[in-house]
Design a protein around this ligand. Structure first.
Ligand SMILES: NC(=O)c1ccc[n+]([C@@H]2O[C@H](COP(=O)([O-])OP(=O)(O)OC[C@H]3O[C@@H](n4cnc5c(N)ncnc54)[C@H](O)[C@@H]3O)[C@@H](O)[C@H]2O)c1
Ligand SMILES: NC(=O)c1ccc[n+]([C@@H]2O[C@H](COP(=O)([O-])OP(=O)(O)OC[C@H]3O[C@@H](n4cnc5c(N)ncnc54)[C@H](O)[C@@H]3O)[C@@H](O)[C@H]2O)c1
Lengths: 204, 204
C-alpha cells in the first residue's frame, strides 16, 4: 500500500515528465527530475519504485516509458466524465482551462441554481438546472463532481452527487464536507499557495 | 535549513490548526493532527521540531500556542499587499475569495489589458490599466504578484512585476516562466487535483 504522500507526488512527476517529453527529452535521472520539482532524489526513487522497476542505475528513467506507466497508474488511460456544480467565477475558470481536457478529464456538464445562468453557454457547455443533478449524473455516467458553489450549499450538493453515483469529489468551497469513507474527497485550498509565498518572503 | 517539502506542509498544518482553534480545541496530538490531514505523525513531529520545542511528549501540542508560532513562522503576522494581473474568471474567483483576506493576504490591486474591463469594479477593487503596472506596484509597495492572464503574456508580466519591485510571484498560467533566483515563484497547477482523483478512482 503506497503511503498517501507518494500518491500526492505522482501527479507532480507526471506533469514534469509530460513537459520533458514535449521537449523530446529521452532520459532523466532521479536527481535532475527531483531538482525540477523540488523533491529529494531519494524520495523520487522511493516513490517510483513502488510501482515497478522503471529506472536503470546510473542512467535514470526513460521518459516515454515512465510516462506511459504513470499514465496507467494515475488512471489517465481513460476519459473521465466530470460534473461541475457552481457556474460562477471559479467554475468558469475551471471549464475554461484547457489543461484538464488534454488529460482526458472532461468537464462536460455544468449545473447552477441561478435561473439567469441556466441555459447559458459556458465554454462549450450549456448550463443545466441543478435541480436536474441526479438525471445529469446518471445519464452522463459521471464519476467525478466538482463543487464550486458557496460554502453553505456544499454539503447538500455533495450528498446529491454521491446519491446519484459520483465516486469522487473535488471541493473548492471553504468548508469541511462529510462523505462516506469509500468516496474520494479532495479539498482544494488555494490559500496554501499564498501562505507559502508569505513564508518565503518573510524569511528574506 | 528546512527541506522544501516541510515548508510545503506548514501551511497545511496551519489551516488545520486554525479550524481546531475555531472549535476551541486546546490540545492535539501529532497522531490526531496527522490523521486529519493525511500526513504520518512521525512526519508531523519532525516538521514541527525544526522550529522549536512545541509539543509535550505524551500530550501533544497546545493549539493556540502552536498557531501563534506558525503564524509568525509563515509570515502571517503582517499584512501583505498583492497585485493581481488578469481580471478574468480565475482572477475574479481569487479576488472574490474571502479566505485570503482573513490571513492578511490582501489583493488590493487588479490590472488588466482589456479596455472594456479597465475602470470596472472587481470585488471591492477597481481594475487598473496594466500599462500602469510599474506605478501601481511602486505606490502600493506590493511584494507579491499573481499572474492570472493567458500563458503567452505570463513571462512579460512576470518581468515587469519583478522590475517594479515584486519579490514573489504566484503563477497560474500554464507555462514555465523564468525569474531571477532570489524571486520566489510558485506555479499553481490545478490539474494535480483532478489527476489525484483519477488515480484513486482507477484503483477501485
Ligand atoms: N478553495 C479555494 O481556494 C477557493 C478559491 C476561490 C473560490 N473558492 C470558493 O469557490 C466557490 C465559488 O467561488 P466563486 O468566486 O466562483 O463564486 P461565485 O459567486 O462567482 O459562484 C458561485 C456560483 O454557485 C451558484 N450556486 C449557488 N448555490 C448553488 C446551488 N445550491 N447549486 C448550484 N449552484 C449554486 C451561484 O449561482 C453561482 O453561479 C465559493 O465557495 C468560494 O469560496 C475557493
Ligand atoms: N493553472 C491552473 O490550474 C489553471 C486553472 C484555470 C486557469 N488557468 C490559467 O489562468 C489564466 C486565466 O484563466 P481565465 O479562465 O481567468 O482566463 P480569462 O480569459 O477569463 O482571463 C484572462 C484575463 O487576462 C487579461 N489579459 C490578457 N492579456 C493581458 C495582459 N498582457 N496583461 C494583463 N491582463 C491581460 C484578459 O483581458 C482577461 O481579462 C489562463 O492562463 C489559464 O490557462 C490555470
Amino acid at each position: 500500500i503506497t503511503p498517501s504522500t507518494t500518491i500526492e507526488r505522482l501527479p507532480i512527476y507526471y506533469r514534469s515528465l509530460q513537459k520533458l517529453d514535449k521537449k523530446n527529452v529521452e532520459v532523466i535521472s532521479s536527481k535532475e527530475l527531483g531538482e525540477r520539482i523540488g523533491i529529494p532524489s531519494t524520495q523520487v526513487r522511493k516513490d517510483l519504485s513502488y510501482y515497478g522497476e522503471f529506472g536503470r542505475r546510473g542512467v535514470g528513467y526513460e521518459v516515454p516509458v515512465l510516462l506511459k506507466h504513470l499514465r496507467k497508474i494515475l488512471g489517465l488511460n481513460q476519459d473521465w466524465e466530470i460534473v461541475l456544480v457552481g457556474a460562477g467565477h471559479l467554475g468558469h475558470a475551471l471549464v475554461n482551462y484547457g489543461g484538464f481536457r488534454k488529460l482526458g478529464l472532461n468537464i462536460n456538464y455544468v449545473l447552477d441554481a441561478d435561473s439567469k445562468k441556466i441555459g447559458e453557454e459556458f465554454g462549450d457547455v450549456e448550463i443545466s438546472n441543478v435541480e436536474n443533478l441526479t438525471e445529469v449524473v446518471k445519464e452522463s455516467g459521471a464519476e467525478m463532481g466538482i463543487i464550486a458553489a458557496p460554502a453553505e450549499y456544499a454539503q447538500g450538493i455533495a450528498d446529491e452527487l454521491i446519491e446519484a453515483g459520483v465516486k469522487a469529489i473535488w471541493n473548492f468551497a471553504p468548508t469541511h464536507i462529510k462523505v462516506p469513507h469509500e468516496i474520494e474527497l479532495r479539498n482544494e485550498d488555494l490559500s496554501i499557495g499564498l501562505i507559502s509565498l508569505a513564508y518565503h518572503l518573510s524569511r528574506k
